[in-house]
Design a protein. Structure first.
Length: 419
């Protein structure tokens, strides 16, 4: 863990999306130095599924030794940002640091992403970051330690990071392009950098995306807070960098990263966008039990084998079907399998006591899953985490994500029955 040095004492940070997760962790780290923190977020009342509000976060900042100013801000609204900025100036006399943390995510393909979701991601990630920066930069230019830190990835044009979620990637890269442009535009006047995690970070958003059990594959938000603190402690000449949390902390002398793990010793889920080359990423993914989508299949002139292994898996699935499973699931699944045992299979958990087999389901599928047949067997055998398969691009899901998560629970039931 990186120790506080007091370098941010008296500094005023304006942090978007600071009511929970990484934004709040950065706020608390700065607060331990005695910093002032503007908590700019939308959550004024408790969300039924997400913890924390701007007011509970403000209480935590004050308890940690800082001063807090909670402000209701939707960063798509220029007037709300302007009002919060003016409150910050009136309360603390200036703004020294802007952390663009607020973000929206939808890991869906082009045809499955409603324009409402596209507009949300572009509006928050790209436009919101640009707009907030534009309104705060005039105040940063008056500071002795001016910084902008965007929580966005290095610009990586490997197509694998676009193919399964083009809209999300465009929106996040929009934040990174703000770093690229503004760092050069304001070089010598203020620092503009980007920070991204090497592994998945445990947040409410990750819990919703990954479902039950994903936390143990993550690190705590503290690692991002410590890395952000190290960056924000540097002079304004340190600018234009696309940084990864673990690399930043290694430069600071941190050697023990197990302290940041939610479950020390457990394999960690690599984050998006960080492959140096496709071959390197293939190796990383395989170490975690997945085969990336962009790895070419081995060439073979042998005749196609039988469906034996897939049929065995479906026999195991049939063994756990019941009216209770159907009642609690209420979904129809279609599996489009490629590779050695290519074919279409179905799982009907909407009618009677359930059914499963080869071919198209009799009812329209609520969820369509595409993946390699070998990985399909691994997934149902408990040897491949669905979350990892999905995030690495090997598992493609179309349809109802809630029902997709329910299927993961059925897999757990099968494994407990040792089928």
């Amino acid at each position: 863990m990186l120790q506080n040095t007091g370098k941010l004492a008296g500094c005023t940070l304006f942090i978007t999306g600071a009511s929970r997760g990484i934004g709040k962790a950065i706020a608390l780290k700065a607060a331990r130095d005695g910093a002032n923190v503007v908590i700019a977020a939308k959550t004024a009342e408790q969300h039924p599924k997400l913890p924390g509000t701007i007011y509970t976060a403000a209480e935590e900042v004050e308890a940690a030794g800082g001063k807090a100013l909670p402000c209701i801000v939707d960063i798509r609204d220029e007037q709300q940002i302007g009002t919060a900025v003016q409150k910050a100036i009136d309360t603390f006399g200036g703004i020294d640091i802007l952390v663009n943390n607020a973000s929206a995510i939808s890991l869906t393909g082009t045809l499955e992403t409603p324009m409402k979701k596209v507009d949300l991601m572009l509006g928050i990630n790209l436009r919101g970051t640009y707009l907030t920066s534009k309104l705060i930069i005039p105040h940063l230019l008056k500071s002795r330690c001016p910084h902008i830190l965007n929580l966005s990835p290095p610009l990586n044009l490997n197509p694998v990071w676009f193919k399964n979620h083009t809209a999300y990637t465009m929106a996040k890269y929009g934040m990174s392009m703000c770093v690229l442009g503004m760092a050069e535009e304001f070089r010598g006047q203020l620092a503009v950098n980007a920070l991204w995690p090497k592994t998945a970070i445990q947040t409410a958003a990750m819990d919703m995306l990954g479902g039950e059990g994903v936390a143990k594959q993550c690190r705590k938000a503290d690692i991002m807070a410590d890395a952000a603190y190290a960056i924000l402690s540097k002079p304004k000449e340190y600018t234009g960098h696309f940084l990864v949390d673990e690399d930043v902390l290694r430069e600071q002398g941190v050697q023990d990263f197990e302290a940041y793990a939610v479950q020390p010793g457990h394999p960690l889920l690599p984050d998006f966008f960080l492959d140096e080359t496709p071959d390197v990423l293939v190796q990383q993914m395989e170490q975690h039990g997945a085969t990336p989508a962009f790895k070419p299949p081995p060439l073979s002139t042998a005749p196609p084998p039988s469906d034996g292994p897939i049929e065995s898996t479906f026999n195991a699935i049939r063994g756990v079907l019941s009216e209770d499973v159907v009642k609690s699931t209420q979904g129809v699944y279609r599996f489009d399998l490629s590779g050695e045992h290519a074919g279409v299979w179905f799982l009907d958990l909407k009618s009677g006591s359930g059914s499963a087999g080869k071919g198209d389901p009799s009812l329209k599928a609520d969820v369509v899953m595409k993946m390699d047949s070998g990985d399909f067997n691994k997934m149902f055998a408990g040897k491949l985490k669905p979350t990892l398969a999905f995030m690495s691009g090997k598992l493609q899901i179309k349809g109802d994500m809630t029902l997709a998560i329910k299927l993961e629970k059925l897999m757990s039931r099968m494994n407990k029955a040792k089928l």
